[in-house]
Design a protein around this ligand. Sequence first.
Ligand code: ATP
Ligand code: MN
Length: 478
Amino acid sequence: MSQRIKIKALLQSTQTDVEVTVKGWVRTFRNNQFIALNDGSTNNNLQIVVDFQNTDEALLKRITTGAAISATGMLVASLGKGQTVEVKATSIEILGDSDPEKYPLQPKKHSLEFLREIAHLRFRTQTFGAIFRVRNSLAFAVHQFFQNQGFVYLHTPVITASDAEGAGEAFKVTNFDLANPPRTEDGQIDYKQDFFGKATNLTVSGQLEGELGAMALSDIYTFGPTFRAENSNTTRHLAEFWMIEPEMAFYDLQDNMNLAEGLLKYVISYALEHNREDLEFLNQRLLEEEKNKPQNERSEMTLIEKLEFCLNNDFERLTYTEAIDILINSTPNKKKKFQYPVEGWGTDLQSEHERYLVEKHFKKPVILTDYPKEIKAFYMRQNDDGKTVGAMDILFPGIGEIVGGSQREERLDRLEQRMDEMGIPKEELWWYLDTRRFGACPHSGFGLGFERLVLFVTGMGNIRDVIPFPRFPKNAEF
Ligand code: ATP
Ligand code: MN
């Protein structure tokens, strides 16, 4: 028996007139003769030609959309359009039947909303096959980018006792009988008796632990799941998402921005190089989708043009203060078109403002720096003006914020003062403060939301479609 060969390799091979065995799932079966077979190795299907006159009728009936089959035959140059080679089957074996009456995926266009309800099967569509191969490449490229530069991949804990920013969006982790938790004398839940002896939650960020690693290993990055119980039903938020968080000793804010811009460009160019077919398919998908939109809402660039544009242009860098000036004087602000009018310095930017800057004003990715300290986290390095901190957010077209980072405050007195002002308990973060006591140094880091990156690269519109099994309010199916 000949060895099974994956369809991707087979379509690339130049040697015809050899016997091959392929295995995969039937996408369509036309005229009792042509099977379009896909095994997930590529977006392209392989055509299998069945000699129906010499094939058992009962077997032909079992070649249905969704069925798993093994086919052996001759690889030959194809006469038909759309493929260079095809397999003339000499034997076909049904490995797993798929009842066409019941199989939810019909060979027609299904809505993304419907496919989300059958997420266990949506991998079998061209769109989701392409998305998850691109996602895989991006993850690999992230590791490659950092490993090439000597970064250490550090695994920070998933269960923590600190809520990194005190934002109160953490999921609790407990072993208590919820109906009857032990209580202290004054009626509070007694977490001393809980599994870890204290209140714990799922991590909202690995940053604080990442910084500890950087204070010895110089350059580290995390890449793991992150959890936020934010009840925001948006197309850009998940309750469980993957975050990449590098932390670098001896980096200032400029170095930090350069690294982030370099990372984004590296992984995008990796996908363009290694996932060309998938991206061309997604490019086409987007063009079709946009046909249904009014002219003025269609994008000026195709997906691939947008990705290439991002590679070939420097990101625009400006301060929060400069951005506020632009926004105050912008046409939508003057015409009161923003849902949240920009009135002055100090307000947090809403995603409509971020998108105006990126999509309308600069028409390219933007890095905003030096935000007011009041709207940023306690650990960001305080600037000499006493008003701003060394923060940097990267804003992408169609996405808004994709990266949030900063130079970290390394000066113990400044850090403690800010924690006091913001009501962050210093006792609980004694270990974090220790790094400022022993061998503190300037350092920086950022967080890149992996799904927002996948959204950008695939051109999809909803973050729930770029993670295999999305978790969001009222949904934890599969
Ligand atoms: P946003 O304002 O969009 O909610 P954030 O300020 O809460 O973002 P950070 O805490 O700085 O974000 O997190 C770092 C990065 O993680 C963000 O830039 C974004 O790419 C990503 N991110 C944050 N929250 C989510 C979420 N709920 N789902 C998916 N990605 C997220
Ligand atoms: Mn948020």
